[in-house]
Ligand binder design. Sequence first.
Ligand SMILES: Cc1cc2nc3c(=O)[nH]c(=O)nc-3n(C[C@H](O)[C@H](O)[C@H](O)COP(=O)(O)OP(=O)(O)OC[C@H]3O[C@@H](n4cnc5c(N)ncnc54)[C@H](O)[C@@H]3O)c2cc1C
Length: 380
Amino acid sequence: MNFAATDDQNMLRAAIAKIVQSECTPELVRQWDSDGVFPEDVYATMVKAGLISMVVPAEYGGMGSPMSDCIILYEEVAKPSVDFATRVALQAWGASILADVGSEELKSTILPAVANGEMKLSFSLTEPGSGSDAASLSTKARKDGGDWVISGQKLFSSGADAPDNKIILAVRTEKTDKRHDGISLFLVPNDLPGITIRRLDVIGRRILGLSEIYFDDVRVPDRYLLGEAGQGWGYIGRHLERERITLAANYIGCAGSALDEAVNYAKERRQFSQPIGKFQSIAHMLADMATELECGRWMTMMAAWRYDNRLPCRKEASMAKLYVSEMLQRVTATGMQVLGGHAYTTDHAMQRHWRDARNATVGGGTSQIQRQLIARELSL
Ligand SMILES: Cc1cc2nc3c(=O)[nH]c(=O)nc-3n(C[C@H](O)[C@H](O)[C@H](O)COP(=O)(O)OP(=O)(O)OC[C@H]3O[C@@H](n4cnc5c(N)ncnc54)[C@H](O)[C@@H]3O)c2cc1C
């Protein structure tokens, strides 16, 4: 096992960093966050540079990059904004689900359109009554001729209201004794008649946005069913491993930015006639931030390596997600302390990283649920 970056990976990182730094300046990101607007033009530039095609399989117009390369993409894109990077992650998750279980027709039409930026994907599992207990979802679809008719409500759907977005939607198609059975996945264009999407007013993650979605007898053709009816929970299970590694990589990017900002500030800010970084208490805070970041990076790389090598990685993906999300909250909170009162103004990105980080231990499965999943692997 060799975790040293290859020359190609170093070149990839440098190329992505160059695009991200020129397109996502601190001033622009501050504006996107305060307006709650996703920069479609910047996303288009990233598509044009081939970054989105990395997460689409090679047979369907993408580059089919391994997870070990994709985590470089996620980390670099998340440096200016972890929320912006969630758009890239959504493309990756959606493309993987489609590649796993979509029909040949859907794969050959949707995946090339994802790679070339014409289409976006989001994922709606959570409902008002089902969060951690996701399998107790109650949005329903019933068969009617050659269509399915969907009714119900989803909550907390990242990026669902984007133009040209298709929602990968988990619904109940069969009432069964076991709640994990009878769940199906559909690909649902977000502009079908009967769909109402409402943006939620949120404290962080304001760029991509979070929505609730109402489905009022929405008709979806049978060809938009993903895989087999009733098998959706199994498909979601496979997806969650990828999701957790991706999220960990995103959070590494955000934590790296928080550390950089704190170190730069500690070098420049002077109190008692010296830079505050000369005070041991501040220097040790920064040392802890750097150590935890490094630890999280190795855990994420290990999980990605296992994923690429088709080794079991459920436990490692949950461990990486658990550790890195909690690490991100510690690092951004410490970063806020290092910047003192200045952290409390929107002049500094630290407060945005800190607000965005609040969701890290909740979205994609809470810390409590990750611990439960890890404990299950310990043969207790
Ligand atoms: C910014 C953001 C983006 C999101 N994006 C998406 C998205 O794109 N698609 C999507 O489908 N969902 C999305 N979610 C939803 C997210 O996955 C859920 O919020 C999360 O799974 C938790 O569900 P909940 O909020 O209903 O909390 P609950 O499940 O109600 O949990 C409340 C508390 O109880 C604890 N708890 C629950 N069950 C247990 C248990 N068995 N043992 C111990 N503790 C427990 C939880 O850990 C938590 O602390 C997003 C959420 C946010 C905030």
